[in-house]
Design a protein around this ligand. Structure first.
Ligand SMILES: O=P(O)(O)OC[C@H]1O[C@H](O[C@H]2O[C@H](CO)[C@@H](O)[C@H](O)[C@H]2O)[C@H](O)[C@@H](O)[C@@H]1O
Length: 386
């Protein structure tokens, strides 16, 4: 498959972007793996309408800018106790209405615990903004020792996986817990437990070994894109080098272009750069994260599919006694929330305090509350075992 073509049309917008205002972790030395030339099954490559022009036109540019601006709203500033009967501002009224729709997973813990009775919980955790607070420098998004201890403890009781937009190696370096499963690059790089039929049925799934010498299944559905992603990463570094504050991060099967530290007046320049580079790559698309433009292959794979894949790998699919819980803060986590909501399979929990529409069932304000929630799950499990 020709992954680069001059017949290509320009960059695609994230369908989720607003259209108007309105385990086994391996360390960085991943075993060498050259993916076979894949014949993707029908429907695996997403068909996305394109527009051929080298210039980010005004209309598209405003869509991009709206999406860029709304991508990471500041946390809600509480004017007073908004659970109070008499909220003081319109924002508080809106916040209360939002909280009624996405109640706190801590305040509603009894409800969650009732639903979990007799069920096996499987935990899926996003990293940035969920286990670690959002910080200006992506290289410094460390999780606290307390959070690490709580995640470690939770993994003693529930199968636990991290599903991140970062490269799998990078997120493992931050988390450093060998008892978890890891999916990097928005689920496009999964190291999971060995299950015979899984690798037989899926192209780009191979048997491999983790750093501890344990056999694992390594699933990299976008394996063929590796050279293209490298090339695009280098071009993006080159074209953004003069934009103060811009940072390009290679996440193996996707690339992040950060604009958190770029002056807002220069955001269009960042958008134009990304657009200019991507116009020659019809098999790459763009999605929006928190003050980050994410470039990724157009394959039909996302965090939701990664959850389904991991549940299958863990032998927890199609079981009535399994309750998957996914905790995440970002737009890309919505795919996982949706998968759990759709079959009434489990719960998505959105981390954040800025009201936004979501497929999640509950909410948590910030990583500190995520930690509290993990503690409560463990306490519940321990008491039910007594
Ligand atoms: O799926 P995730 O684990 O949430 O990863 C999504 C992106 O997270 C990181 O960027 C975000 O967090 C940074 C550190 O707090 C912050 O500086 C940046 O503005 C956020 O967008 C990571 O750097 C990206 O590569 C991930 O795709």
């Amino acid at each position: 498959m020709d992954l680069k073509s001059n017949n290509a049309a320009p960059v695609l917008t994230d369908p989720a972007a607003p259209m108007n205002k309105s385990r086994l972790g391996m360390h960085s030395r991943l075993l060498p793996y050259s993916p076979p030339l894949t014949v993707f099954p029908p429907g695996f490559l997403l068909a996305i309408p394109r527009k051929k022009t080298g210039i980010l036109d005004e209309f598209r540019s405003s869509i991009w800018l709206d999406a860029m601006k709304s991508s990471s709203p500041p946390p809600k500033k509480i004017t007073k106790d908004v659970s109070n009967e008499y909220p003081s501002t319109d924002a508080d009224v809106a916040y209360n209405a939002w909280m009624a729709k996405y109640p706190s997973a801590i305040a509603s813990f009894e409800q969650i615990a009732n639903h979990a009775k007799g069920k096996r919980i499987a935990l899926f955790l996003d990293y940035d903004g969920t286990l670690s607070p959002i910080v200006d420098n992506p290289e410094c998004a460390f999780m606290s020792d307390a959070m690490r201890a709580n995640v470690k403890n939770a993994a003693k009781y529930f199968p636990t996986a991290i599903i991140s937009g970062r490269s799998r190696d990078k997120v493992y370096e931050f988390v450093r817990l060998t008892e978890l499963y890891y999916a990097g690059s928005h689920g496009m790089d999964i190291m999971g437990p060995v299950r015979e039929h899984i690798c037989n049925d899926m192209p780009n799934c191979i048997r491999s070994m983790d750093e501890q010498g344990k056999e694992v299944n390594l699933f990299q559905p976008a394996g063929e894109f590796l050279p293209v992603i490298d090339e695009v990463f280098r071009s993006l570094v080159q074209c953004t080098k003069d934009i103060i504050g811009a940072k390009v991060e290679n996440n193996k099967f996707c690339v992040s272009v950060h604009y958190r530290n770029v002056d807002e007046e220069s955001w269009t320049i960042v958008a134009q750069c990304v657009h200019d580079v991507l116009k020659d790559y019809p098999h790459l698309r763009l999605t929006h994260g928190r003050k980050v433009l994410e470039v990724r292959p157009v394959i039909n794979w996302d965090k939701g599919k990664a959850v389904t894949f991991l549940l299958e790998s863990l032998g927890l699919s199609h079981c009535d006694d399994v309750l998957p819980i996914y905790v995440g803060d970002d737009r890309t986590d919505e795919d996982a929330f949706k998968v759990l909501r759709e079959g009434n399979r489990g719960y998505g929990i959105l981390v954040g305090s800025a009201p936004k529409e979501s497929n999640a069932a509950y909410s948590l304000r910030d990583p500190l509350e995520v930690m509290e929630f993990l503690k409560s799950l463990v306490t519940m499990k321990k008491s039910s075992a007594l």
